[in-house]
Design a protein around this ligand. Structure first.
Ligand code: HSE
Length: 408
């Protein structure tokens, strides 16, 4: 019998307890031993639960209990999660977490402590919820040079963009609906401003290329500026708007960013709707593979956490070689070097004059016509150029577009 503790009995933590209890026989068969929850840390008490006697408010009773070999952290946030996880690793317990903020900020340090202590620090649930992606990336695809990873990593914003495309909603109505359905937080900025997707692409980038990427290093743009007009123009050029986290290798550095992108409708990522997530990995041996599923929610996330608990139980005495090095300041290229075609939309009283000035300022462009556009709008798609070149061209033009969207 292997004793497990859970830190935090919120949505995910309670899901983990439920899955460990409900699927106990199958889990024991897969782990090679029975897994028993011995303690649950939470400030609240849950007297009606069948396992009400497991609750404690005292972290020391967990960290000092030598019988507890695996600790699940599902508290979220950096503190006290970081302090508790570090303390557990330092006394030789394996830790499993769903906390992407923790892994994106402190993954290198915590993996290093786990290595020193010969224990495991696992975090499959931190990216893509229930979708198996981190283990396939670090194990099944380990023979590949990873050329790129791109994904829809945030379910809330994908739900909102789907409603904007399919139902013609504006940003505010889509956000209100997401909040009503319990997808978006009351303070939705982590989702809509792209920070949640940023943390997840940092973790994917670290695994793919072996070096920590700190969220502050990643250019991050959310979806709050997307309007119904943007959605219509995307449609006019056969594309849909998706919030994409992407990373690709450029020599011994990486290009990594989060932003809305115009995706061709025949790209598989364009078909990923509602709260679903998908991650596309391109490896030099395997080619393209796509991982798709529920990126959030109690039981899908608990599924990934419990998978890690089983893995930790199978490797109680042998550490899995999961590791990445610390980051460095110049490792992530400036997003100004990112090369892409861009859809620009201007408001103007003289379209012809603006068009010829634009051609002189930014070079080759294709005019886009959109059936429902107002008469004083000019929309164009630029050639592929670096964002820096486009900035310079727009400075020469002396006018900024009302909307600027990158094409994938
Ligand atoms: N807020 C996140 C999302 C939850 O919407 O995807 C899962 O990380």
């Amino acid at each position: 019998m292997i004793s497990v503790a859970i830190l935090g009995h919120g949505v995910v933590g309670s899901g983990v307890a439920e899955v460990l209890l409900d699927n106990a026989d199958t889990i024991a068969r897969n782990a090679g031993d029975s897994l028993v929850v011995k303690r649950i840390l939470d400030l609240r008490s849950f007297p009606d639960l069948p396992y009400a006697d497991l609750f404690t408010t005292d972290f020391d009773t967990i960290v000092q209990d030598e019988e507890i070999r695996i600790v699940v952290e599902t508290m979220g946030g950096l503190h006290p999660a970081y302090d508790f996880v570090k303390a557990c690793l330092l006394v030789g317990k394996s830790v499993v977490t769903s906390n992407k903020e923790l892994v994106a900020a402190k993954g290198d340090e915590l993996l290093s402590i786990a290595k020193e202590q010969n224990v495991n620090f696992l975090f499959e649930a931190s990216v893509g919820g229930g979708i198996p992606i981190l283990r396939p990336l670090s194990q099944c695809l380990a023979g590949n040079e990873i050329e790129s990873v791109a994904g829809i990593l945030n379910g809330t914003t994908n739900f909102m963009l789907t409603r904007m495309v399919q139902d013609g909603m504006d940003f505010g109505s889509a956000l209100a609906l997401a909040q009503q359905l319990g997808y978006a937080e009351r303070d939705p900025s982590a989702d809509v401003d792209g920070h949640d997707a940023c943390r997840k692409i940092c973790i994917l980038a670290a695994l793919a290329y072996g070096k920590h990427v700190y969220p502050e290093q990643v250019y991050t743009e959310g979806i709050s500026a997307i309007t119904p007009a943007d959605v219509r123009y995307a449609e006019a050029i056969g594309r849909v708007i998706k919030l994409i986290g992407q990373v690709k290798r450029q020599g011994d550095r990486i290009q990594c960013m989060v932003s809305p992108l115009l995706i061709p409708t025949d790209n598989l990522l364009a078909q990923v709707s509602d709260v679903f997530n998908a991650v596309q990995v391109c490896g030099n041996a395997v080619g393209e593979v796509l991982f798709y599923g529920r990126g959030a929610g109690k039981l899908p996330t608990a599924s990934a956490v419990v998978g890690d608990v089983v893995d930790a139980a199978q490797h109680l005495t042998v550490r899995k070689p999961l590791f990445w090095a610390g980051g460095s300041a110049d490792y992530v290229l400036d997003h100004a070097d990112n090369a892409c075609a861009t859809l620009l939309r201007f408001e103007t009283d003289d379209k012809q004059a603006l068009l010829s000035r634009l051609q002189s300022a930014v070079g080759e462009i294709a005019v886009v016509t959109c059936p429902q556009a107002s008469t004083n709008e000019l929309a164009v798609v630029t050639a592929v150029m670096s964002e820096c070149e486009l900035d310079n061209g727009l400075a020469v033009l002396g006018e900024q577009p009302v909307s600027r969207l990158r094409l994938l």
